[in-house]
Design a protein around this ligand. Structure first.
Ligand code: ZN
Length: 313
């Protein structure tokens, strides 16, 4: 979800949720960091892991479950995108071949080690982490991977980030969406038009379940409402930014736009929704208008420099 610099240790000691979604299809969810999720598809001789969790000990717990309890080695790891909370645990699977978008490889290579260095300064937890680059990459069309009797269709689903991939377990109609699906759409590192197109596509896929990149599994009966609600949120923030851009002090107006007024609850993603919503508004303003929104109390200050400095910190 968050950009690769954003991992912070919220609590020590790992707890992860595990759920069997269908035969040989598992879902894991972090109790520690932003309800981030991962998945596993188990074949007779080997397994595929879809994403890792934010904290090393959480990814280790997934590996132990698959390799010790289910007794199969992990042969493939699919990175849905390059963000730290999804991709940094890949190094726990040294024997696996890693699959990702070509931009995921590029960004892990260009930004990953820099972000990791910054994160290590904040926390000892990440001292052993190594950035692993996908060996199999693609950027359009579809990649098929057969695991036992199941076919995985891997395809781009951009918007949250330009490198986001989704994985459809065809036999079960279960979609691992990466962060294209989240309880609150998040576009700070992405593109709102791409995300709208991706959500519409997901809505037409005839799915049984969506495993979101964060949050709980979306069930068949909830999917239509879920897609509508996420599209409504995106249209509301777009409207708000358009309106604010006509004001002299757009930030004054954006500050008034609550997450609730855009159709979402602030309790989503363990209470992070309001903060993510604020970042969405500022990022979207920047994307649509080409500059940062000015607030009335910031005029005459060296506004741009200050904000950029904050971003670096
Ligand atoms: Zn992400």
């Amino acid at each position: 979800m968050l950009s690769s610099t954003s991992i912070l240790v919220i609590a020590e000691g790992s707890m992860i949720q595990r759920e069997r979604v269908a035969d040989n299809v598992f879902f894991f969810q972090s109790d520690i960091y932003a309800q981030v999720t991962a998945g596993a598809i188990i074949g007779p001789n080997w397994a595929v892991v879809i994403d890792t969790l934010a904290m090393p000990e959480e990814t280790l717990a997934i590996r132990d479950y698959i390799e010790q309890e289910l007794s199969v080695p992990v042969r493939y790891v699919i990175n849905t995108h390059y963000h730290a909370d999804h991709a940094w645990g890949t190094y726990f699977f040294p024997g696996a071949t890693v699959i990702g978008h070509s931009k995921c490889r590029k960004w892990l290579e260009e930004k990953g080690s820099h972000s990791l260095e910054a994160t290590r300064k904040q926390s000892q937890t990440f001292r052993n982490v190594k950035i692993i680059l996908p060996q199999i990459t693609f950027d359009e069309g579809q990649l098929s991977l057969r695991v036992g009797k199941k076919n995985l269709a891997i395809f781009p689903l951009p918007g949250h980030s330009a490198d986001n991939l989704a994985v459809l377990v065809e036999e079960d109609r279960i979609l691992f969406s990466g962060d294209a699906c989240m309880p609150l759409p998040y576009i700070v590192d992405g593109d709102i038009d791409d995300l709208v197109a991706s959500l519409k596509k997901v809505g037409k896929m005839g799915l049984e379940n969506i495993v979101q990149g964060h949050g709980d599994i979306v069930l068949r009966g909830e999917i239509e409402g879920y897609i509508k609600e996420n599209l409504y949120y995106l249209s509301q923030i777009r409207k708000a930014v358009r309106k604010a851009s006509r004001r002299k002090y757009p930030m004054d107006m954006l500050e008034e736009v609550s997450v609730e007024s855009c159709g979402k609850s602030r309790v989503l993603i363990v209470g992070l929704a309001e903060e993510l919503h604020r970042r969405n508004l500022i990022a979207l303003y920047r994307q649509m208008v080409g500059e940062l929104p000015l607030a009335s109390d910031e005029e005459d200050e060296d506004f741009d420099d200050e904000v950029y400095d904050d971003d670096e910190g």
